[in-house]
Ligand binder design. Structure first.
Ligand code: PNS
Length: 166
């Protein structure tokens, strides 16, 4: 049985992420979406909210599970007994960082393979930071993220703006 992890920050999950999840779930037996609880970054959503949103958008894919993780990805992979890491590649600009990350993980665990899925053209431009920026400036994010995510991003940003004005 092949168990893979699709790791990321998912702050928030986008349609591009969701497409990779659906495609990866067809390739492996079990896919764990690993949500990094990263204290170094300051995410818009806390890890519990990111996990919750992901759970809602993958609810209809039976072999996908969402879990938060801390620390090294290789340690998380051992913990859940995963043999493969899945990452999406959008463009050449992703390549250097992704290659470095996969090779670091390979040094840390020689048996852990990274499998890259090329992003569909329609999502090649998309990332979570852009979604937040567009939403912050009142733009339409409905084509970037699932509806339930769009609502939460808009609410969260309104909350943020209210706090900024206090
Ligand atoms: O969505 P992102 O922010 O591009 O995902 C990056 C992620 C979570 C895959 C990466 O930062 C990660 O694996 N972090 C865990 C720490 C780790 O294992 N670092 C060593 C590999 S470079």
């Amino acid at each position: 049985m092949t168990r893979a992890i699709y790791p990321g920050s998912f702050d928030p999950v986008t349609n591009g992420h969701l497409d990779v999840i659906k495609r990866a779930a067809k390739i492996v037996d079990e896919l764990i979406v690993g949500v990094l609880n990263n204290n170094l970054k300051s995410p818009l959503f806390n890890v519990d909210n990111r996990v919750k949103m992901l759970n809602e958008v993958v609810a209809d894919i039976p072999n996908v599970k969402v879990m938060a993780f801390d620390g090294l990805l290789v340690d998380f992979a051992h913990q859940v007994d995963a043999q493969v890491i899945i990452r999406g590649l959008r463009a050449v600009t992703d390549f250097e960082y992704e290659l470095q990350m996969s090779q670091t993980n390979m040094v840390l665990d020689k048996d852990l393979e990274t499998l890259f899925l090329s992003t569909r053209l329609e999502y090649a431009y998309l990332n979570s930071s852009t979604v937040k920026e567009v939403a912050y400036h009142g733009g339409d994010i409905s084509r970037f993220v699932p509806d339930i995510v769009a609502k939460q991003v808009i609410n969260k940003i309104e909350e943020l703006k209210e706090n900024e004005n206090e």
